[in-house]
Every structure is written in structure tokens, then in C-alpha cells.
Ligand binder design. Structure first.
Ligand SMILES: Cc1ncc(COP(=O)(O)O)c(C=O)c1O
Length: 410
């Protein structure tokens, strides 16, 4: 998070003291840095410069319209998983030719809409879905370009709740079934299978697992040639991890780029990625106020006004998001502190710290690295409204999504 810095013990974004921003608004709120997003995109692009892939941003990571417009202005496409995300991508101005549609449970209505909008590819995840796409295409008198997402049966080293490439996971089509579909493709007159996709999971820190994926895809492409079937695009999904802990090893994008470049030179095929977290993860923070500091025997509970409904990753995945104060105090807590939210669940906790800078009621805390799977995983649990979102561009900032009104929830 290069955009956050302490100056004289106060937390700044670029030249702006965050304390000034919180004074004028209701907490909690999300804040995203467009400068950080641009920096992340340029790192990705420079690692991939030799093969210039289409980068379809995985909208599920952050679906803020202003963020998406910025991504569109940087020539990114979109990976969507619902009709809602598809409509949002189009509203952000992303061209239909740069949109891929993933997901195991696309409905009839969603498929019809995607076909009518002529998106780049509907990535089918079952034979049932392929049959439906074929049928709807026939009804619409169209030939639809589709992709098939394979399940490579490759285990990514990550939290099991976000690993998706194992055969026990619900995602994709097994390799043997994929070949059967290709052999029987004449049954489907209204589709053209022109893309192969794979996504083995999220928050992957070691790029080496992608070697296995690329070797497998090369084998599949060779076999497809024998079967006289030509694929135009390979969609390698997303999953590149970010550091959440201080001094944590970074995903080596340069080395990863070299690996994919070798594959590209061998296969001479168009490459797509569906990257989410790496592009927006470290660009967002959640700013929250301390409601109470509650003392018990062995610790202080710092009860924040942000809860697991606002940022669910800690509760769902036990994910660590470093918390920093908005103003550093030279005094420290004498005992450990646990940051928690106001939600009626013990899973509503944001982590335990030793030697944390002293905080009192009405002080503020910043929960870091919340730009991906933060707001998008949030909910109205406990009848709590969705919170405000602010976008920072250099030293200018504005509210881009208002806090929801409680009355609208009732
Ligand atoms: C199909 C698909 N593509 C891309 C992504 C994006 O992954 P990440 O945000 O880790 O890059 C996901 C997220 O899980 C996904 O399910």
C-alpha cells in the first residue's frame, strides 16, 4: 500500500491527512486509491509485455463503478459471474468484446443476455450448460463463441475455501469429459468452442503451480490438433496473491511473465487473464472508529464501528488485514488488544496485536488491504447499511457510492 504514509505520527494519503477526511463523514467507509491501481496494472503489463494478453478484471473482487471506469480507461476487460456484473461492466464502458462470463450456475436469462450482447466468451462449466447455450443460440438464430472451463485437478496452495482447481471442487469440466464434448461437437450446431479456460484458485503466492497448469494446457492443445479442433484463446484465470503481512514474500510477477511467455512462444495463441485481487487488493482501506475500549482479564477489546458485515474476509477465511491507527500514540497498550466489530458473532474479529499504539474511544483505525473482496463480500447482516465508498486520485477525492439509508432496508 504505497499510497499510505505516516508523517509526524499522522496517517496520510498522498498529501492529505486522513483525520481531515474522517471528521466530515460517518464511519466506517471504504477508500480506494486509483494511483495504486494504475501502479498495479503497470506492473502486470510490464511483466506480460512480450505477449500482451487481454486482462479481464474479475469484477467480483471490487465492483465499484468508478474503479471499473478507471480499469476500462487502462484497457482492461472484465470477467463477470452474473448478469448484474455483466450489466455493470457494460455500464462502465467496457467493450462486449473484452468480457468473459464465468460461473457454474448461469441461468437461462443470464445466458440469453450474454449471447445477445455478443460478449467475447461464455465460459461453460458443465455439459448441461453447453446444451442450454446451444439451445438458446438456436432460438435466437445465432452462432455463439464459447469457452470451456476445464477442471485440471491441480491443487493450489491456498485457503481451501478459495481453491478451485481440484477435481473435488464444483468448478469446470474434467479433461476426459472435455475431449468427449469435442469429439461430439457436431451435436451442437449453434456454438463454436474457441476458448479454453482454467482458474485454480485465489491468493496463490507461489507461481510454480502455474507451470503444471501450462504443461497440462500444452498437452490438451496438442491433442486438440489431432482431433482437428482449433482453439483461439487460452484463458488462464486469476489467482495471483498479494502480501497481507509485513515482509511477506511477493508473488513474482516477472518470473511468472517469463513462464507464460515461453508457453506463448510455443503455442502462439491469444492469452487472457482474469485477475482480481492483484489489481485492487492493496488499493483499498476500511476506515473505522473506536466505539469502546473494553477491558477484560487478559486483553482489551477494541470495539470498532466496522464489522464482519462490512469486511467479511477475516471472519470467513481468518484472513489477516493489518490494522494501523490514524494517529500514532507514543504510549502503548499494556496488554494485548483484539480488534472486534459490533456484530453478534464471535467470528466478528479482526485480529490480536501486542504493543499496539494506545487508542481511546472516538479514535480511528485503518484496516488495510481491503480493496479486493471487501465491499463485494459485505452484507446487510444485523440490519446494517452498506457503507460509503470514496475514491482518491492523486490529491483529489470524492464519494463515489453513498452510504445506504436504513430506511431503504426496511
Ligand atoms: C473464475 C474466476 N476467475 C478469476 C477470479 C479472480 O481471482 P483473483 O482475485 O484471485 O485474481 C476468480 C476468483 O476467485 C474466479 O472465480
Amino acid at each position: 500500500m504505497d499510497f499510505l504514509k505516516f508523517k509526524n505520527k499522522k496517517l496520510y494519503i498522498n498529501n492529505i491527512d486522513l483525520k481531515k477526511i474522517v471528521k466530515k463523514r460517518q464511519t466506517p467507509f471504504y477508500l480506494y486509491s486509483l494511483d495504486q491501481i494504475r501502479k498495479n496494472i503497470s506492473l502486470v503489463r510490464s511483466s506480460f509485455k512480450n505477449f500482451n494478453p487481454l486482462i479481464c478484471y474479475a469484477i467480483k473482487a471490487n465492483s465499484n463503478l468508478d474503479v471499473l471506469k478507471e480499469l476500462k480507461n487502462n484497457n482492461l476487460g472484465a470477467d463477470v459471474v452474473s448478469i448484474g456484473e455483466l450489466k455493470l461492466a457494460l455500464k462502465a464502458g467496457i467493450s462486449h468484446e473484452k468480457i468473459v462470463f464465468s460461473g457454474v450456475g448461469k441461468t437461462y436469462e443470464e445466458i440469453k443476455y450474454a449471447i445477445q450482447k455478443r460478449i467475447l466468451s461464455i465460459n461453460a462449466e458443465s455439459i448441461n450448460e453447453i446444451e442450454i447455450i446451444d439451445k438458446i443460440s438456436k432460438n435466437l438464430n445465432k452462432k455463439t463463441n464459447i469457452g470451456i472451463r476445464i477442471n485440471p485437478d491441480i491443487q493450489a496452495k491456498t485457503n481451501k475455501k478459495i481453491a478451485t482447481g481440484n477435481r473435488a471442487n464444483k468448478f469446470g469440466i474434467s479433461i476426459s469429459e472435455f475431449y468427449k464434448i469435442i469429439k461430439n461437437k457436431k451435436k451442437f450446431n449453434n456454438i463454436n468452442i474457441y476458448l479454453l479456460s482454467v482458474h485454480i484458485g485465489s491468493q496463490i503466492k507461489d507461481f510454480n503451480v502455474y507451470k503444471k497448469v501450462l504443461t497440462l494446457i500444452s498437452k490438451i492443445l496438442t491433442k486438440l490438433k489431432k482431433l482437428n479442433h482449433i482453439i483461439d484463446h487460452v484463458d488462464l484465470g486469476g489467482g495471483m496473491g498479494i502480501p497481507y503481512f509485513k515482509n511477506e514474500k511477493k508473488f513474482n510477477f516477472n518470473k511468472f511473465g517469463e513462464l507464460v511467455d515461453k508457453f506463448y512462444k510455443k503455442e502462439k495463441i491469444k492469452i487472457i487473464f482474469e485477475i482480481g485481487r492483484f489489481i485492487t487488493g492493496n488499493s483499498g482501506v476500511l476506515i473505522s472508529k473506536v466505539i469502546y475500549v473494553k477491558k477484560i482479564k487478559d486483553r482489551y477489546f477494541i470495539i470498532l464501528d466496522a464489522g464482519m458485515n462490512d469486511m467479511a474476509r477475516s471472519a470467513i477465511y481468518e484472513a489477516f488485514h493489518e490494522i494501523i491507527p490514524l494517529v500514532k500514540n507514543s504510549k502503548k497498550f499494556s496488554k494485548k488488544v483484539e480488534f472486534v466489530g459490533p456484530i453478534c458473532e464471535s467470528s466478528d474479529t479482526f485480529g490480536i496485536y501486542n504493543d499496539f499504539s494506545l487508542l481511546t474511544e472516538n479514535d480511528y483505525a485503518c484496516i488495510t488491504n481491503c480493496g479486493a473482496y471487501g465491499r463485494t463480500l459485505s452484507s446487510n447482516y444485523n440490519m446494517r447499511p452498506f457503507i460509503e465508498e470514496i475514491v482518491f486520485d492523486k490529491n483529489l477525492y470524492k464519494t463515489v457510492r453513498l452510504r445506504q439509508k436504513i430506511e431503504d432496508l426496511i
